[in-house]
Design a protein around this ligand. Structure first.
Ligand code: PMP
Length: 421
């Protein structure tokens, strides 16, 4: 399969080799790398992307959830052009940011107040800084398989302009007893409990309701700040998974699609916590950021939440995702192969395991080479899923493409059944 892949893509190979001269591995975004070399996309329209060799794919990877609107949504395009016409780099507050903030606050139950960043990574750094400053503690409890961006730990003793935590402890996902044990052991220094309410990049593994409720109680018991990283999962219900599960964190981080497909991040939550960033205060925690209020993102975000991904559309879109996942699981069962498609709503991931994984260790037990083979097989049939088997359904993927994708998956599973079993 790798040979076929390489043979059909000489131009992408040449571009990769050139890029590798000036960027390590020819890459500036690790997740996009795959062997033997990644293909280079030259153009996208709607749900379709075309590579340097002229091969077209239906983009089922959906920019890892950020591409909810597809490559060329007219309302996003119009919003960006509107902002562009008003001028770039205005060096002041602009008319977009408070409108966008209002949409975000109205939408997500935990968010009384919000501040914008340029990425989900930054949003998480700021949320963690907020928690450590508010509590005067430094330990963060996270969960195996949780991804919160390219987080840094600064060395102990470095001047804490932003008080980045430097001590992390970890527990397995969906294991409340283990989380309790770790949290209680570290209770006097526990600043935050941070998790995705469904593991996203870690394999689309939903949290069990009792796990989320138990962590809410555990945060209250220990005085830690509960942070939901909803960078990916906020699209899974009108008010994110916090609304769908009824478990309200103290702080929430956002990113990806909320900015309409532009560079974006946000963190927000309880007004008493967010107040530390109020520059009217003498002891305000500084949170600058040249592009935090950039007009292109602010305007695209207003269109994203206000015009396109309305609460009704969020419900409808996630129902489409649920139907697609059910169809894929039915095909896997019919082919009698140990393939599970986990997830919720419009996010899903393939696992080559006999049972749906509940945590990162079980997901890691998946047969990786076979997963990679499925990725290449699907590419050859014109469907692009993330290499690790993730699908983030965009609004641009229509009924016909979903049906064709289901058929292609069926073909591939039947073809590879002897290997998979
Ligand atoms: N949190 C989660 C759950 C993510 O999936 C990601 C990105 N994949 C991030 C944070 C980081 O966001 P960004 O890539 O915008 O820095």
């Amino acid at each position: 399969a790798r040979e076929t892949y390489a043979r059909r893509r000489p131009k992408s190979r040449a571009r990769h080799e050139e890029a590798a001269e000036v960027m390590p591995g020819g890459n500036t975004r690790t997740v996009l790398f795959h062997g033997p070399f990644p293909f280079t996309v030259m153009q996208g329209e709607g749900c379709r992307v075309t590579d340097a060799d002229g091969l077209a794919y239906v983009n089922m990877a959906g920019e890892y959830t950020a591409g909810l609107f597809g490559a060329s949504h007219p309302a996003i395009r119009a919003a960006v052009i509107r902002a562009l016409d008003g001028g770039l780099n205005l060096t002041a507050h602009n008319a977009f940011e408070a409108r966008f903030a209002r949409l975000v606050c109205d939408r997500f139950p935990s968010i009384d107040q919000v501040r914008f960043t340029n990425s989900g990574t930054e949003a998480n750094l700021l949320a963690l800084a907020c928690a450590t400053i508010a509590t005067g503690r430094r330990t963060i409890l996270g969960f195996e398989g949780g991804y919160h961006g390219s987080l840094f730990g600064f060395p102990r003793g470095a001047p804490p302009a932003v008080n980045v935590p430097h001590r992390a402890v970890v527990a397995p996902y969906n294991d409340l007893d283990a989380a309790r044990a770790v949290a209680r052991e570290n209770a006097s220094d526990l600043a935050a409990i941070i998790l995705e309410p469904m593991l996203g990049g870690g394999g689309c593994i939903p949290a069990e309701q009792s796990f989320l409720e138990g962590l809410r109680a555990l945060a209250d018991e220990t005085g830690a700040v509960l942070i939901f990283d909803e960078v990916m999962t906020s699209r899974l219900a009108p008010g994110g998974l916090q609304e769908a599960t009824g478990v309200t964190p103290d702080l929430t981080t956002l990113g990806k699609y909320v900015g309409g497909g532009m560079s974006f991040g946000a963190f927000g939550g309880r007004a008493d916590l967010m107040a530390m960033f109020d520059p009217r205060r003498a002891d305000a925690v500084p949170h600058a950021g040249t592009f935090n209020n950039n007009t292109l993102t602010m305007s695209a975000g207003i269109a994203a939440l206000g015009e396109i991904y309305t609460p009704a559309e969020a419900v409808a879109h996630n129902a489409r995702g649920d139907a697609l996942r059910a169809a894929l699981n039915a095909i896997a069962a019919r082919c009698d192969v140990p393939v599970q498609v986990t997830g919720r709503g419009s996010m899903m991931a393939f696992h080559v395991t006999p049972q749906a994984p509940r945590n990162a260790a079980e997901a890691a037990a998946t047969n990786q080479p076979l997963k990679e083979l499925l990725f290449l097989d699907l590419l050859e049939r014109g469907f692009y899923v993330a290499r690790r088997g993730m699908v983030a359904l965009s609004l641009a993927v229509g009924e016909a493409e979903r049906a064709a994708f289901t058929e292609a998956v069926g073909e591939v599973l039947a073809l590879r059944a002897p290997l998979l079993r």
